[in-house]
Design a binder for this molecule. Structure first.
Ligand SMILES: *[C@@H]1O[C@H](CO)[C@@H](O)[C@H](O)[C@H]1NC(C)=O
Length: 430
């Protein structure tokens, strides 16, 4: 809006002055409006002054389990000046949020994007962010604070390695029903959620679409539009047997005369067998190799097979369309709320806007520009660790292993301790 006003007044001035360059200005103005059409509601690249824009919550402080954020470029990066915020203490809760002028995404595309990097080898922990609406006491922001959208990667053990896309409607959190695997390495990745006014959505990782569809079908926000007709019955003459006995197949003559057991031809009457005392000797029986069990016709494909019967789909009488299914009328905050067993997760370049192209460009200019250098720095760091490890004698590496086992036990105990946290709730739901 602001840009429009500025540009059009400049154009007006140019016209009034009737300067020969005014035509040029008009053309330039139209061009500028064309490329500057994105509306950016929030953009945080974590440069100096970020602490004035973000509010660290007091959540979990009185229990001494609130973790500190580290403002850093991390241990490996493509640019030491490009910093983000990183969880810096193990076994801690983290909650931080930032506000922006309240807006509604009605009739707008909503784009929510951020970078996340797990520098630790993450065993169990989230890397997701939230969009919150209305009045939030940022000093009290925590696991129980209602949110509108929760989006981003979540890793726990071998089973949970997924991208969450949870949409909250009237106090109920709806998880996406489709599986979206997340990245699991120790490098920066860009996660993007796009929600459009036609109720379609896309999930991108590193500017590549990983999932897309409709709010109607991929979440249980509204009852389904179509249901199986409960009145429908399978027609009497519906043949749903895929295979039938071959009517041409005939039982071979004498088949039933083949005995299941036959006397053992190799058996010999024992030398000391006394017919008078022991009775008449008979050879013991053995299974007859000729015997093939009761006769059955061989199976053939049923020429009358109609397929499995399915009830026809009808309009669901309980479905009431909500054309505002995608609308969040009071979006006002972004927040990070996490539990971390092992710290080291880093966030950067948080964006809330209405233009997927703008988001794509930002991702290219940040993550895209630095990813190769970051990967090289990571590989260098890994090499150093390996070299140091190989210097250690075997006794040392045994000690190290024992240490790791202790840590794993600690994690289990701690997982139980945090039963009331939101993240556990999410894992339970899955
Ligand atoms: C912050 O991160 C840097 C870079 O990884 C690290 O050297 C430093 O120790 C960290 N500080 C804290 C308090 O964790």
């Amino acid at each position: 809006m602001l840009r429009w006003v500025q540009l059009s007044s400049r154009v007006r001035m140019a016209i009034r002055r009737e300067s020969p360059s005014f035509l040029c200005l008009i053309v330039l103005s139209i061009f500028l409006v064309g490329i500057a059409s994105a509306e950016v509601f929030f953009e945080e690249r974590f440069e100096d002054g970020w602490e004035n824009r973000w509010v660290k919550s007091d959540w979990k402080k009185d229990e001494n389990t609130a973790g500190e954020w580290n403002f850093t470029a991390g241990k490996w990066h493509g640019d030491s000046n490009d910093k983000g915020i990183q969880t810096s203490e193990d076994y801690r809760f983290y909650a931080i949020s930032a506000g922006f002028p309240e807006f509604s995404n009605k009739e707008k595309t909503l784009v929510f994007q951020f970078n996340v990097k797990h520098e630790q080898k993450l065993d169990c922990g989230g890397g997701y962010m939230k969009l919150l609406s209305g009045d939030v006491d940022q000093k009290k922001f925590g696991g129980d604070t209602p949110y509108s959208i929760m989006f981003g990667p979540d890793i726990c053990g071998y089973t949970t390695k997924k991208v969450h896309a949870i949409l909250s409607r009237e106090g109920t959190n709806h998880l996406i029903k489709k599986d979206v695997p997340c990245e699991t390495d120790q490098l920066t990745h860009v996660y993007t959620f796009v929600l459009r006014p036609d109720a379609s959505y896309s999930i991108l990782i590193d500017n590549v679409e990983k999932q897309s569809g409709s709010l109607y079908s991929d979440w249980d926000i509204l009852p389904p539009k179509k249901i199986k007709d409960p009145e429908a019955k399978k027609p009497e003459d519906w043949d749903d047997k895929e295979y039938i006995p071959d009517p041409e197949d005939k039982k071979p003559e004498g088949y039933d005369d083949i005995p299941a057991e036959i006397p053992d031809a190799d058996a010999k009457k024992p030398e000391d067998w006394d017919d008078e005392e022991d009775g008449e000797w008979a050879a013991p029986t053995i299974a007859n190799p000729e015997y093939k069990g009761p006769w059955k016709a061989k199976k053939i494909k049923n020429p009358n097979y109609k397929g499995k019967w399915k009830a026809p789909m009808i309009d669901n009488p309980d479905f009431k369309d909500d054309p505002d299914i995608y609308v969040y009328p009071n979006l006002k905050y972004v927040g990070i709320e996490l539990w971390q067993v092992k710290s080291g997760t880093m966030f950067d370049n948080v964006l809330v806007c209405d233009d997927p192209e703008y988001a794509k460009k930002l991702a290219e200019e940040t993550w895209g520009k630095h990813k190769d250098a970051e990967k090289a720095a990571f590989e260098e760091a890994e090499k150093k660790i390996e070299e140091e490890e190989s210097k250690n004698d075997p006794a040392d590496s045994d000690d190290e292993k024992a240490g790791e086992d202790d840590e794993a036990e600690g994690e289990d105990a701690d997982d139980e301790a945090k039963e009331d946290s939101d993240e556990d709730e999410v894992h339970d739901e899955l």
